[in-house]
Structures are given as structure tokens and as C-alpha cells.
Design a protein around this ligand. Structure first.
Ligand SMILES: [Zn+2]
Ligand SMILES: [Zn+2]
Length: 80
């Protein structure tokens, strides 16, 4: 499985798994700092930075944000 740069600790150890109960929900987790976030597969858009359709909506304990898995750009949309 390929890993991404973790949004929290910046280590290359961020990976995903599909939730068996809800196929539209992808769970992201870092195996270094244990940061977790959920991705809604139905929310994807073109990244304004790299112009690829790899930006998806993620949600963690404190905020919602757009994250591009290609270039790593993060745009916070809502702080809870
Ligand atoms: Zn991490
Ligand atoms: Zn991008």
C-alpha cells in the first residue's frame, strides 16, 4: 500500500482503509502519530493547486478540510 505524508507529523506514514460498514467512508490513519481522519468518497474535486482531481474532503475530531493527495495542499473549511 502506498503511503502519503501525514498532515500532522509530516512523516510518510499516512495510509487508508475502507470501512466495511460504509463503503463511501475511507478511514485515514498515521502509524507514527496515530492521527486519524475520515474521507467521504463522494466529495472529490479538482485541486486548485495542481489541477488534478485528487482533492477530497476529510474530517477529523476538530475540523473539516479539503486535502489533495497529489500535492498535499490542505484547505480548512470548518473548525468545530
Ligand atoms: Zn502522523
Ligand atoms: Zn493538488
Amino acid at each position: 500500500m502506498t503511503t502519503q505524508i501525514c498532515l500532522k507529523c509530516q512523516e510518510d506514514s499516512f495510509s487508508w482503509s475502507i470501512d466495511d460498514e460504509d463503503k463511501l467512508l475511507t478511514q485515514w490513519g498515521c502509524n507514527k502519530c496515530y492521527y486519524q481522519a475520515f474521507e467521504n468518497e463522494s466529495d472529490q474535486r479538482i485541486c486548485s493547486n495542481c489541477k488534478k482531481e485528487t482533492e477530497s474532503k476529510l474530517k477529523d475530531d476538530t475540523k473539516n478540510y479539503w486535502w489533495c493527495s497529489n500535492c498535499g495542499t490542505k484547505k480548512i473549511t470548518k473548525v468545530q
